[in-house]
Write a protein that binds this ligand. Structure first.
Ligand code: NAD
Length: 454
């Protein structure tokens, strides 16, 4: 049955576009076309594949401002962030292109012959992307999958299909073969499910909620389909008394307010050593209150709206009036606005302290000593990111080793670089994306023994 997706501008609630959505039958047809295109792509000379991907990167760069403006309109991202995101797609394509000619197997010593491994592409890859970082997350899967010789079917989130559709047009403009990279906008339980369940799709790369991730993993298990999951987070920001408190405070607001908190790496559990707890909060209040929230297209804006009314209602459900804390400001009127919020005085097992809110809301909890800090940091089902603020290098290393999370940073809040590995421990995910091994995740290893005795 045919249907349409309505794309809203989250800052104004105006309709930006209406996009035809993909039916299950159309997914079938897309898989068949992709499988055909993939055979030619895998057979092409590595240098030619690399050259086309580099050209794709150049074309993205030439359209960087257009892509960024589109991201502002459909996702409400600040223009500065949106430019970074479009640039990230360019860089991912460039980085992946550099890997095509380096994607080599091994030669392993054996008796009586020669043993080699060959890395072969998987075939057709389904990338199911979320709305929080529509462009970069789509490219995290797409760029290395293409570079490793696969075709890609990308299903963007219902609310944010426009940049993905534009990227598919730019791929053709750059000269990538027809049907090699197709974008299939549509509902998760229609187009997404069709990709997950299709026997012609060799691997699913999913980023989104833990709930949907678990159902995708279960359905992939039916066919032993490969799967990578990037799921939720509730990441700690550990502030020790021996840290540079001023620097820790200055970095705190945007560590959970960037992208209006709709970031799986957002440091939403601020854990502060009790001896500096009061001082930390005293310094944090003006820093939160002065965050500039408003029109995302304005260069001075630091935080825009939430993506949708559903998300706004979800965030509101965690922040009831009687809760204490620090509140910033946000515009009234149309748009999905929520002010920067820091909650204090909560129990560590309160819903806002242990569930992923996915909005501009953090909690501050005190801890006594290093052991208590580690215990609190590890006391959620998630394990994606985290930060450790201390001047003691031994402590920085000890705590980094003890916190069960895939991406930690010391005296900073950095999480994602396209050339370093990214992924979660525990229920934050399965597998790794980005980094030096990104292409290998889209290959099968074939071992071949060639006898020298015959
Ligand atoms: P979601 O998990 O429902 O959607 C993510 C993607 O999966 C979308 O493209 C969606 O269409 C697709 N999808 C949904 N149901 C599917 C199904 N049955 N089969 C195949 N694909 C399906 O996420 P959401 O509803 O947009 O957000 C809900 C919550 O998830 C957020 O509040 C947040 O906590 C979390 N989330 C996390 C991330 C992240 O980066 N880890 C991203 C988005 C959302």
């Amino acid at each position: 049955m045919s249907y349409e997706l309505q794309v809203l501008n989250p800052a104004t609630e105006e309709v930006v576009a209406s996009v035809p959505a993909t039916t299950a039958a159309e997914v079938d047809a897309a898989v068949a076309r992709a499988a055909k295109a993939q055979q030619g792509w895998a057979a092409a000379a590595p240098a030619d594949r690399a050259r086309l991907l580099r050209r794709f990167a150049v074309v993205v760069d030439e359209h960087l401002e257009e892509l960024a403006r589109l991201e502002v309109r459909e996702a409400g991202h600040t223009i500065g962030n949106a430019r970074w995101e479009a640039g990230n797609v360019r860089d991912l394509l460039d980085f992946a292109a550099g890997g095509v000619e380096r994607l080599s197997g091994r030669q392993i010593p054996v008796a009586g012959g020669l043993d080699i491994t060959i890395l072969e592409p998987l075939g057709v890859i389904g990338v199911i992307a979320p709305w929080n970082f529509p462009m970069p997350i789509a490219a995290w899967g797409t760029a290395p999958a293409l570079a490793a010789g696969n075709a890609v079917l990308l299903k963007p989130a219902e609310t944010t299909p426009l940049t993905a559709l534009r990227l598919a047009e730019l791929a053709l403009e750059a000269g990538l073969p027809q049907d090699l990279f197709q974008v299939l906008p549509g509902a998760g339980d229609v187009a997404g499910s069709a990709l997950v369940e299709h026997p012609g799709v060799a691997k699913i790369v999913f980023t989104g909620s833990t709930r949907v991730g678990k159902s995708i993993m279960a359905r992939c298990a039916e066919r032993v389909k490969r799967v990578t999951l990037e799921l939720g987070g509730k990441s700690p920001n550990l502030v020790f008394a021996d840290s540079d408190i001023e620097a820790a405070v200055a970095a705190t607001p945007m560590s959970f307010l960037d992208n209006s908190g709709q970031d799986c790496c957002a440091r939403t559990r601020i854990l502060v050593q009790r001896s500096v707890y009061d001082r930390f909060l005293e310094l944090l209040a003006p820093a939160i209150e002065s965050v500039v929230v408003g029109d995302p297209a304005d260069e001075k804006t630091q935080m825009g709206p939430l993506i949708s009314r559903v998300q706004l209602d979800r965030v509101r459900s965690y922040v009831t009036d009687e809760l204490q804390g620090i509140r910033g400001t946000a515009p009234d009127g149309p748009g999905f606005w929520f002010p920067p919020t820091v909650l204090t005085g909560l129990a560590p097992d309160a819903p806002a302290a242990c569930e992923e809110v996915f909005g501009p809301v953090a909690v501050v909890l005190p801890f006594e000593d290093e052991a208590d800090a580690i215990r609190l940091a590890n006391s959620t089902e998630y394990g994606l990111s985290g930060s450790i603020w201390t001047r003691d290098i031994g402590r920085a290393i000890r705590v980094s080793r003890a916190v069960a999370a895939g991406n930690l940073s010391v005296n900073s809040h950095s999480s994602v670089r396209y050339w370093t590995p990214f992924g979660g421990y525990k229920q934050s995910g399965l597998g790794r994306e980005l980094g030096p091994d990104a292409l290998t995740a889209f290959t099968e290893t074939k071992n071949v023994f060639i006898s020298t005795e015959a």
